[in-house]
Ligand binder design. Structure first.
Ligand code: SF4
Length: 699
C-alpha cells in the first residue's frame, strides 16, 4: 500500500475497525522506487488467532492519508484557517464558559464515541462532570449497545458482550445468529462458526436478507424487520409445548417462569407466523434444533437491538437461553456482537448519560459518593443524569443545548432523522469537533482539533468478549495531532480543574480508572498495564491483581443480589412504523464488508473505498419490476422524515417487502435522512431498523 509522509517504522497494534480487535504488526518500508509503503501481518492473539480481514489488512491507509487534519483549524468567514493549539484551546474555554455563564452549565453538551480508548472515554466522562459540570454527555454507542446492555442488566444483573469466550463457539451444538452479519462486520470470527459446523453444530440465522452469514445457515429465518421479539416468542412456545424446557435449571437459577409460561400459553403460533413472515414449521424446526442440542449459544446484534422495542426483543432471546439452561457452562452462553472497536469498553466508563465509571450509576447515592471520593470532589458537585444521544440533538434543535463538544464521532451521519440533526448542529452557538478528518460533522464546526489515530495512540480497549487488551502506540503522532486525553487535560486546566487531570500518559489515567471501577460491575481493579503486557488480555470482572479474570460468567450464580436470572414475558408487537398506502415498503439498514461506521476512515482508505465506492439499495426483483426500477439506476427513497438517493441493486436475497441500504455514507446518500427516531422507552435506542418508505426511479 501507499504510505503518507511519516516514514517511521511501525510496530504491533490492533485493528481499530471492529470489536474483535485483531492483533497485527505494521511495518513501514520503502518500495524499490523509494516510495513509502506499509506491510501488515496478522499476529495470533486469543481473539483472532492471527487472522485479519480486508479492513484490518488496509487499516494503515486512513492513518497515512493526506487528508488527515494535522493542525487545529478555526472557521473564520466560512473558511477553515490554521491556528495554534494555544489559540484553539483558549477559544474553546472562552466560548464554552461564556455559553455556561449566560445559559447555565447544561447549555453545553459532550458527545463521545465507542472507538475511543477506555482511558479517553473515562476522561471524557470525568471532564463533563468535573470540569464542565454539565449533565449532558452521551455517545454514539447509544446506537450500538444500549438495548443489549439494558437487557443484560435486567436479566442477568450485568452486561458483558459475551458471557463466555469466543474459543468456546466450536464446542457449541447449535448457534442462533439473530440480526448479526458476522461475515461482513467481524469476518475473522467466521472460522469459529465454521469449526462449530464441522463439529456437527446446526446454525440458525435470523435476518430479512440472505447475508454472507446466512449462507452458513442450516436454517435461515427470513424474518420481517421489527418482529424479532415475536419470533423468539414462537420459539419459546415450541420449546415449552414440546416439554423441552430445562425445568431444574429454571427452578434453581431463575425467577419469573410462571408468568412467562402463562403468557406464552396465551400466544398463538399461527399469529406469530403471520406477524413475522416466517412459517410455523421453520419456527418449530429452529426451536427444536436449539432446545434439543446439549450445548448452544445465541448471538444478537443491531438487527434485533435497533428498534423501539429492542430491549424487550433481546430479553426474549435471553428468555430462550434461560429456559433451555444454556448458559454458564462450556459451549453455552449469550453474546451481543458489538460493532465498534471499543464498543464494550466505551460503554463501561462513564461517557453515557446515566453512568459513572465501572458501570456505576449517576443516580445512585453510593455510586456518586464512591466516584466523587476517587475524583476528590464533593458528591454534590456531580451533575445529575442527562439524556441519550439523539435526545441531545433534539435539545440542540430546540436551542436548549447551545454548544457541543464532539470527540471521536460523526453524529450528523450516525443519528436517525439526520435532517433534524443537521439543522440542530447548524443552529449551535459553538461546535467543536476533535477528529482525524474533516468529517461531515467537523465541516460544520467552529473549531476542529486534530487527534491521533489508533497507530499513534496507546491505551486499552475491551473487545466483544469483555477482554481488556493493551494497544501500544506503533508510531509518533503526525503534524500537531494530539491524543484525545491530552486535549481534555489541557482544557480542564483552563476550566480551573487541572489538579484533577494531572495525567502524563494513558497508563496514569488507567491507574485512576482501576480505582474508579473498583467494586463496580465492570471491575478493572486487578488489571494493570504490566499484567496486560505479559498476559494476552484479561477478562473483567478482575477484582484483584492476583485474580485471573473471569473467562466465563454465571457458572454458579447470576449477578443479581439473589443470584437468580429474571425471566420476563414479552408481548408480540408489530414494528413501530408499519407500511401503508403512501409508504408501502419497509426499509432496514446495516453494514458492508469494507466500511466502518459512518465511513469517515474507510472512505478515505483507497483499497477499502474502491470496494464500495457509493451507497446502494438492495431491492427484490418483483418489487423493482412493480416500480419500473432497473438494476444500476438511481432511486430516491422517501420516508415521513426525508429522502435518500442511492443506486439500485436488484437481488432475490432480500424479502419482497423490504429494502436494505447501508449506513456508511453522508450527504444525499445518508440512509439516516429517512430513518425513524422513535426511541425505546427502556434504553433510548432509536428504531433505525424499520422505516416505512416508498421508492421512485430517478433515471
Ligand atoms: Fe479483525 Fe474486525 Fe479488524 Fe477485521 S475489522 S481485521 S475482524 S478487528
Amino acid at each position: 500500500g501507499q504510505a503518507g509522509e511519516s516514514g517511521v517504522p511501525g510496530g504491533t497494534t490492533q485493528c481499530p475497525f471492529c470489536s474483535v480487535q485483531c492483533k497485527m504488526t505494521i511495518a513501514e518500508e520503502r518500495t524499490p522506487s523509494g516510495r513509502p509503503a506499509f506491510r501488515t501481518e496478522g499476529k495470533p492473539n486469543a481473539a483472532s488467532e492471527g487472522r485479519l480481514c480486508v479492513k484490518g489488512m488496509n487499516a494503515y491507509q486512513h492513518a497515512a492519508s493526506r487528508e488527515r487534519v494535522l493542525h487545529p483549524l478555526r472557521k473564520i468567514g466560512g473558511e477553515f484557517v490554521r491556528v495554534s493549539w494555544e489559540e484553539a484551546l483558549d477559544t474553546i474555554a472562552e466560548r464554552l464558559s461564556a455559553v455556561q455563564r449566560e445559559h447555565g452549565r447544561d447549555a453545553v453538551g459532550l458527545y463521545g464515541g465507542g472507538s475511543l480508548t477506555n482511558e479517553s472515554a473515562y476522561l471524557l466522562g470525568k471532564f463533563a462532570r468535573v470540569a464542565l459540570r454539565t449533565r449532558y454527555i452521551d455517545y454514539n454507542g447509544r446506537f450500538c449497545m444500549s438495548a443489549a446492555a439494558s437487557a443484560g442488566v435486567k436479566t442477568f444483573g450485568i452486561d458483558r458482550g459475551l458471557t463466555n469466550r469466543l474459543s468456546e463457539i466450536p464446542k457449541s451444538g447449535c448457534i442462533i445468529l439473530a440480526g448479526t452479519n458476522i461475515a461482513e462486520c467481524q469476518p475473522t470470527l467466521m472460522p469459529y462458526f465454521n469449526s462449530a459446523k464441522e463439529n456437527g453444530a446446526r446454525i440458525i440465522v435470523i435476518d430479512p436478507r440472505k447475508t454472507g452469514t446466512a449462507a452458513l445457515a442450516d436454517i435461515h429465518l427470513k424474518v420481517k424487520p421489527g418482529t424479532d421479539a415475536a419470533l423468539a416468542n414462537g420459539m419459546l412456545k415450541v420449546v415449552l409445548d414440546e416439554g423441552l424446557a430445562d425445568l431444574s435449571f429454571i427452578r434453581e437459577r431463575t425467577k419469573g417462569f410462571a408468568e412467562l409460561k402463562e403468557h406464552l400459553d396465551r400466544l398463538d403460533l399461527d399469529e406469530i407466523a403471520e406477524m413475522t413472515g416466517v412459517d410455523k414449521e421453520s419456527i418449530r424446526e429452529a426451536a427444536l434444533a436449539y432446545a434439543k442440542a446439549s450445548t448452544g449459544m445465541i448471538f444478537t446484534a443491531r438487527g434485533v437491538e435497533q428498534h423501539s422495542d429492542g430491549h424487550l426483543a433481546v430479553r426474549n432471546f435471553l428468555n430462550l437461553v434461560l429456559v433451555t439452561g444454556k448458559i454458564g457452562r462450556e459451549g453455552c452462553g449469550y453474546g451481543a456482537v458489538t460493532g465498534q472497536g471499543n464498543g464494550q469498553g466505551g460503554r463501561e466508563h462513564g461517557q453515557k448519560a446515566d453512568q459513572l465509571p465501572g458501570y456505576r450509576l449517576i443516580e445512585n447515592e453510593k455510586d456518586r459518593e464512591y466516584v466523587a471520593g476517587v475524583w476528590g470532589i464533593d458528591p454534590a458537585e456531580l451533575p445529575g443524569k442527562g439524556v441519550s444521544a439523539y435526545e441531545m440533538m433534539e435539545l440542540a434543535h430546540r436551542q436548549e443545548i447551545k454548544a457541543l463538544f464532539v470527540m471521536g464521532s460523526n453524529p450528523i451521519v450516525s443519528n436517525p432523522n439526520a435532517g433534524l440533526v443537521e439543522e440542530a448542529l447548524k443552529g449551535l452557538d459553538f461546535l467543536v469537533v476533535a477528529d482525524m478528518f474533516l468529517s461531515e460533522t467537523a465541516k460544520l464546526a467552529d473549531l476542529v482539533l486534530p487527534v491521533t489515530s489508533y497507530l499513534e495512540n496507546a491505551g486499552t480497549l475491551t473487545n466483544l468478549e469483555g477482554r481488556v487488551l493493551l494497544r501500544e502506540a506503533a508510531r509518533p503522532a503526525p503534524g500537531e495531532a494530539r491524543h484525545d486525553w491530552e486535549i481534555l487535560c489541557e482544557l480542564a486546566e483552563r476550566f480551573g480543574r487541572g489538579d484533577k487531570f494531572p495525567f502524563r500518559s494513558a497508563e496514569e489515567i488507567f491507574e485512576e480508572l482501576r480505582l474508579a471501577s473498583r467494586g463496580g460491575v465492570a471491575d478493572y481493579y486487578g488489571i494493570t498495564y504490566e499484567r496486560l503486557r505479559k498476559e494476552e488480555g484479561i477478562y473483567w470482572p478482575c477484582p484483584s491483581t492476583d485474580h485471573p479474570g473471569t473467562k466465563r460468567l454465571f457458572e454458579d450464580s447470576f449477578a443479581h443480589a439473589d443470584g437468580l436470572a429474571v425471566l420476563a414475558p414479552v408481548d408480540n408487537r408489530p414494528p413501530e412504523e408499519d407500511v401503508d398506502e403512501e409508504y408501502p415498503l419497509l426499509l432496514t439498514n446495516g453494514r458492508v464488508l469494507p466500511h466502518y461506521l459512518t465511513g469517515v476512515q474507510t472512505r478515505r482508505s483507497p483499497s477499502l473505498a474502491a470496494r464500495a465506492i457509493e451507497n446502494f439499495v438492495e431491492i427484490h426483483p418483483r418489487t423493482a419490476r412493480r416500480h419500473r426500477i432497473e438494476d444500476g439506476t438511481l432511486v430516491r427513497i422517501h420516508s415521513r422524515r426525508g429522502h435518500v438517493v442511492v443506486r439500485c441493486r436488484i437481488t432475490s436475497e432480500i424479502r419482497e417487502d423490504t429494502l436494505f441500504v447501508p449506513m456508511h455514507w453522508g450527504g444525499v446518500q445518508n440512509v439516516n435522512l429517512v430513518t425513524n427516531p422513535a426511541l425505546d422507552p427502556n434504553c433510548r435506542m432509536p428504531d433505525f431498523k424499520v422505516s416505512a418508505v416508498r421508492v421512485e426511479a430517478l433515471s
